[in-house]
Design a protein. Sequence first.
Length: 236
Amino acid sequence: MLDDRSIAFTGDALLIRGCGRTDFQKGDARTLFRSVREQVFPLPDACVLYPGHDYRGLTASSVGEERRFNPRLGESVGEDDFVGYMTHLGLPHPRQIDVAVPANLRCRRPDTAAPAGEEPDWAPLSFTFAGIWEVQPGWLEENLERVQVLDVREPDEYAGVLGHIRSAKLVPLGALMGRAKELDGGKPVVAVCRSGARSAQATVLLRKAGLTKAANLADGMLRWRAARFPVEGGTD
């Protein structure tokens, strides 16, 4: 809410002519009712309300409108009426709710622990929220001779303005599964692309092809160039 009480953001609590569900994620209908009645509805009638979402494409309402016209929480609705209504909504649970709720309760942080028995010992890697092993540019710059650098961009990017890392082997992502056998299975592979997105996918494909010592270059060539590490080709 703004200090002058002219605008308030109601998230998924008070929606436009509706409210958020309370039948999962430790929701409580009485708590929701009291929160809206005690914290939102006392605001000025003209206070503009912005909900977290609206399935009809509406973007804003006002305290006066919702107090008068909201069919669930309007001023004519009693607390027990609201609790009874919310208790018997009978709506199916959203898809993926059993995955989303635990993640929300952890502040949206998914499990990031590395798979048991897969802690790599060939480099100081980090395991991302997306489940990808990553190596930092500084380590790679100092250890180029110990790994295979696999550039999965397109040929025009490999020869383009960002240049490429010395000794990097060009295999575009779309051709990787058909050419994975060209890589040395006994030597770690660091996949590289422009920003780290395609090369993250490349590490997944490499592991499926049996190359388990594979990692992504964090933030790709953009970060490599920002750190001013040497490249072949490219422009300043």
